[in-house]
Design a protein around this ligand. Structure first.
Ligand SMILES: *Cc1c(COP(=O)(O)O)cnc(C)c1O
Length: 222
């Protein structure tokens, strides 16, 4: 089975999960995670009309996407991986949405770029719901204060939250926690759910799911 067949199957499952959760059709945006896959693998999806893609590295996105974006108008490219402060300027020229705002220094860098007149991507704050030391993200107890800082000190408008639950735990409690934090902060975007757990994420209110290997097949490397 090729990526288009797998994608069609996933679309059916997304629609079913939306229905089961009592959510309107189309409530969930599928972000097709194309990291590690080359342009030749991505083009069939673009030809089929897909326009929402995710990458986790600025350098890799820079190699693939300027040309693809020029050939296929209307692409929304999402940065789902960590962003180094010295790559912010470059990221702003490539990405339409950033899911990994995860620290004060990055907020400061983004607001500096905005002050210079650059249009900022839509922003999601990454929350480290499992409080894992190796993972990026704001720990749950600090999210409200960080959001306030983003708004009041840096003039940033954050639309939503993102999380990556710990690999060895049931994801549902993490999705529920993310939703709870979003609700109390009046945020509408919930970026959660990957190949293994996107249906659960939809049941818990995900508005964006990030799916790679279930569409492209297993990756050779991270
Ligand atoms: C790689 C990645 C995904 C997609 O993972 P799959 O399991 O291949 O669907 C989603 N989110 C983030 C942050 C990723 O790095």
């Amino acid at each position: 089975m090729g990526s288009l067949e797998r994608l069609a199957e996933i679309r059916v499952r997304i629609a079913a999960a939306e229905r089961e959760a009592g959510r309107p059709a189309g409530a969930v945006t599928l972000v097709i995670v194309s990291k590690t896959f080359d342009a030749a693998a991505i083009v069939p999806l673009l030809e089929a009309g897909e326009r929402v893609f995710g990458e986790n590295r600025v350098a890799e996105a820079k190699e693939k996407w300027p040309e693809l974006k020029a050939r296929y108008p209307g692409v929304a490219l999402h940065l789902i991986g960590g962003l180094q402060s010295n790559k912010v300027h470059e990221a702003l020229t490539l990405f339409d949405v950033i899911h990994s705002l995860d620290r004060e220094s990055l907020a400061r860098e983004l607001s500096k770029e905005a002050a210079r007149g650059l249009a900022l991507p839509r922003l999601r704050l990454q929350v480290n719901t499992g409080e894992e030391p190796q993972k990026g993200g704001i720990v749950p107890l600090e999210v409200d204060a960080f959001l306030k800082d983003c708004r009041e000190r840096h003039g940033l408008s954050v639309e939503g939250l993102m999380c990556i639950p710990p690999a060895d735990e049931a994801p549902a409690p993490h999705f529920a926690l993310l939703r709870k934090i979003a609700l109390r902060n009046g945020l509408s975007a919930l970026s959660m759910g990957m190949s293994a757990d996107y249906e659960t994420a939809i049941a818990y209110g995900a508005t964006e799911i990030r799916v790679g290997s279930a569409i492209f097949g297993e990756r050779d490397h991270a």
